[in-house]
Design a protein around this ligand. Structure first.
Ligand code: 3PG
Ligand code: MG
Length: 399
C-alpha cells in the first residue's frame, strides 16, 4: 500500500504550515440535553492532532456530525465537540460557525502556530455529500484553500465518497493520520490470514445492513454467532415464530439460504428475553428461541445463549465483534451484550470490536477498553473494509 503517513509529513516539517485534518467527530449526543454521551471518537484523533500542534502546525479540523440535509441545523452543530476537544487537548479550540464562509476564513487566518480550529459541520454544505462531482469538487476547492497539506484521520467516514474524504486529497499533498493507519493495520489482519479459530459475533438490528459482510465472512470464519435484533429474521427462517420481535420479512428467504450454505458455522440464540413492550420497565421472561409468545418482543439473548456463545468464543484465536446482542441501553436487556463483551475481553484471542454501537456499549457498560485488542471507530467503514470493498477515502490516499 503506497500511502504516505503523518510521520512522512512531520519529517518534512509542518511548523507554521496550515494542515487540514479530516476527523470523524460524529459522536452520539443525548437527545434531551445535547450532551456528548460517548467521546471515544474525539479521543481517538488526539494522537494525530497533538503530533501536529506539537510540531507547530496551524491545525484546521473538519468533520461531519449526524445527517443534516445540506443546510445549517443547530441540533447537529459541532460547537459542543469543539469544547470537548479543547478540554482533551488542554488548549482552546477556535470554532468557526460556518464551513467555508466568512467565519471559517477569519478563524483559519487568525490561527497561530500550534493552535487548532474546528470548522462547523461539513454536512451543513450540500457540496459535502453531493453525488455531482462538480458540486463536490467546488466545495473541496474551498476546503482545500484552508490547508497546505491534508491529513485523513476520519476512519469512520472513509467509506463515504464525500468532498472532504474523497475530493480534498486530490487537491493537496495528503497523508493518513495515526488513527486511519492503525485501523487499516488491524483490520487487514482479519482479511489476511487470521489465526484460527476465527470467530465473528454479529448483532444490531437489521440483517439487510449486515448481509454483505455475512456473505463475505462466511467462507473465512470458523464460527459466526448471531444475536441482536437481526437474529429474529434468522429464527423465523428456521421456522420459529418470533412474536412482535424485529423482523425483516423480505429477508427471511435470504437468511434461510445463508443457513443452508453456512455448513453449520452460523450459531443462533437458543433462548431470548421476551418482553411485553419495548420499554425499560416492561415485564419480561427468558423463553426458548422456538417458543416466543405471540404478543411478546425479544429484546435480548438469553443466558443459555450467552453460555453457548461463550463456549464458542473461548478457544478462539481471532475474534471480531460488531453489534450489540440486545437493547443494552435498557439495563434489563443489557445482560446478553455484557456477557458477550466480558467473554471476549477475557479470551487470549486477538480481539477487534467494530462499530459505533458496540464500541459505545463497551464504554457504557463500564468495561475496560484496554482488555480488547482494538476498538474500531468505524461502523460502516469497518464492515465495508471486511467486505473487501474499495473505500473511497483510502483509495484517495493511495498515490
Ligand atoms: C458513522 O457514524 O458511521 C460515521 O461517522 C459515518 O456516518 P454516516 O453513516 O452518517 O455517513
Ligand atoms: Mg453509520
Amino acid at each position: 500500500m503506497s500511502i504516505r503517513t503523518l510521520d512522512d509529513l512531520l519529517a518534512e516539517g509542518v511548523s507554521g504550515r496550515r494542515v487540514l485534518v479530516r476527523a470523524d467527530l460524529n459522536v452520539p449526543l443525548d437527545k434531551q440535553s445535547g450532551d456528548i454521551t460517548d467521546d471515544g471518537r474525539i479521543r481517538a484523533v488526539l494522537p494525530t492532532l497533538s503530533a501536529l500542534t506539537g510540531a507547530g502546525a496551524k491545525v484546521v479540523v473538519c468533520s461531519h456530525l449526524g445527517r443534516p440535509k445540506g443546510a445549517p441545523d443547530p441540533q447537529f452543530s459541532l460547537r459542543p465537540v469543539a469544547g470537548r476537544l479543547g478540554e482533551l487537548l488542554g488548549a482552546p479550540v477556535h470554532f468557526a460557525t460556518d464551513t467555508v464562509g466568512e467565519s471559517a476564513r477569519s478563524t483559519v487566518d487568525a490561527l497561530a502556530d500550534g493552535e487548532v480550529a474546528l470548522l462547523e459541520n461539513l454536512r451543513f454544505n450540500p457540496g459535502e455529500t453531493s453525488k455531482d462531482d462538480a458540486e463536490r469538487g467546488a466545495f473541496a476547492d474551498q476546503l482545500a484553500a484552508f490547508g497546505d497539506a491534508y491529513v485523513d484521520d476520519a476512519f469512520g467516514a472513509v467509506h463515504r465518497k464525500h468532498a472532504s474524504v474523497h475530493d480534498v486529497p486530490a487537491r493537496l499533498p495528503h497523508v493518513a493520520g495515526r488513527l486511519v493507519l492503525r485501523e487499516v493495520e488491524v483490520l487487514s489482519r482479519l482479511t489476511g490470514e487470521p489465526e484460527r479459530p476465527y470467530v465473528v459475533v454479529l448483532g444490531g438490528s437489521k440483517v439487510s445492513d449486515k448481509l454483505a459482510v455475512i456473505e463475505a465472512l462466511l467462507p473465512s470464519v470458523d464460527r459466526l454467532l448471531i444475536g441482536g435484533g437481526m437474529c429474529f429474521t434468522f429464527l423465523k427462517a428456521q421456522g420459529h415464530e418470533v412474536g412482535s420481535s424485529l423482523l425483516e420479512e423480505e429477508m427471511v428467504e435470504t437468511c434461510r439460504n445463508l443457513l443452508e450454505r453456512s455448513e453449520g458455522k452460523i450459531m443462533l440464540p437458543v433462548d431470548v428475553v421476551a418482553a411485553d413492550a419495548f420499554a425499560p420497565d416492561a415485564a419480561h421472561d427468558t423463553v426458548p428461541a422456538d417458543g416466543i409468545p405471540s404478543k411478546r418482543v425479544g429484546l435480548d439473548i438469553g443466558p443459555e445463549t450467552v453460555a453457548g456463545f461463550a463456549a464458542a468464543l473461548k478457544g478462539a484465536r481471532t475474534i471480531f465483534w460488531n453489534g450489540p446482542m440486545g437493547v443494552f441501553e435498557m439495563p434489563a436487556f443489557a445482560h446478553g451484550t455484557r456477557g458477550i463483551a466480558e467473554t471476549i475481553a477475557k479470551t487470549d484471542a486477538f480481539t477487534v470490536v467494530g462499530g459505533g454501537d458496540s464500541a459505545a456499549a463497551v464504554r457504557a457498560l463500564g468495561l475496560d477498553e484496554s482488555s480488547f485488542g482494538h476498538i474500531s471507530t468505524g461502523g460502516g467503514a469497518s464492515l465495508e473494509y471486511l467486505e473487501g470493498k474499495t473505500l473511497p477515502g483510502i483509495a484517495a490516499l493511495e498515490n
